[in-house]
Ligand binder design. Sequence first.
Ligand SMILES: [Zn+2]
Length: 425
Amino acid sequence: MYILLDLDGTLVDTNASKFDDIKFGRDRNFALSDIPILPGALNFVAEIKRRGHSVAIVSDSHTAYVGPVSKRVFETPWLALADKPNTAKLRAFLESEFGFPRHSLPEEFLLVGDTRLDIQLARGLSLPSALIFRGVDDVPHDPYHNEESAWARRYMEGATYTCRSFEDLMRVVESPAKQRLVLEDPIGTAGARLHKGRNRNDGFTLVRGLGRQQQGPCDAYGAIGRYYRFGSEDRDESFLSKVAQDINRYLRLEVLAQNSVRWDMITCVADKATTKPPRKMAKLLHAMDVGLPKEELFKWSQDVTGSIRQEKKRAGRMEFIKRFVSLDSHADLKDKNVIVIDDQYTTGATAMSHVDMLLDAGVRNVLFVALFYLAEEVPIEKTCPRCGKPTRIKYKKRDGAPFYNCVPPDFNGTGCGWMGNITHG
Ligand SMILES: [Zn+2]
């Protein structure tokens, strides 16, 4: 594997402003011993080299600093002034250093960093990425009045893997397929931790995502194709049963195997009478088998008007759901632990309003599992050959196949409507 490591914040702890003069190349008389190396960083780099991987440092900082640190501290090649998230300099560096893309595939790379720019850069070149996020686990405040949790925001940047330590990162390097999201790899077992917080019933509320519904470019594992097929009217039984098996694998290996909570039942968000395909979520629920009772706990009101998509803000979306969705009042949910399945996580409004209804009924722990979570759009450098404006990567509704689009005013763009095939190289 070719491992590309960001420097500041990833390998060295130089985020304080007193390091700015060094990083920007204004102070060139610094001593290497002034640079605080993060605990475990030297070992990690030495160990991946020992295991036969190629390593390089990719940094936005100045050559006069990145050069000596890479060469003398980490003993790696380097790219300084990388201009993240623009892809041109990294593309040229990978070509000269690793023969990319003629002699190496995007999937052989891993770009590791602690910022959104690192992840955007990787996605711009369709390289797998690992976000190093050393943030705290719990959200220490009331999650229901918080627009998004830090976890959800970081995951929505769209990294392939999220790591909290060099130990996590080593697992990715050693067995990447297993560390991928369960809906993105046939042997993946991971879920994205979009939220974890204590709730008002003295239990935990957990929200997990099982695949990225990316916008713009992404590595080969992004799940937008499956997202569209799941919501398509011609999805077939074998597709549905494969998705069900993947969720079973996640729940069995990552949730039910842990004995901290005994889960009592599994349910899904309600399908509207007009949902296409009909009973989209309920059919998935009944195709699953993790040895837990299944209940269809939620119902849409008969006289629902409008659509949640009209509400752009999370508060409006939560209000919409609470007005028209209700919980089956016959179920005894006091002190129960309930898993809920939904197909999409965007603002978190559906997740949190369903969680609220369960907590009102006395449920203690809630695990809300969204099959797909929206990963933010990444800028691309392709311009329109017809009018010269920047294009965007869009996806065909039917199968999620990507194409370039100079987005016209009808679709909230300013372009001419040109569409082009995406070819590599
Ligand atoms: Zn155009």
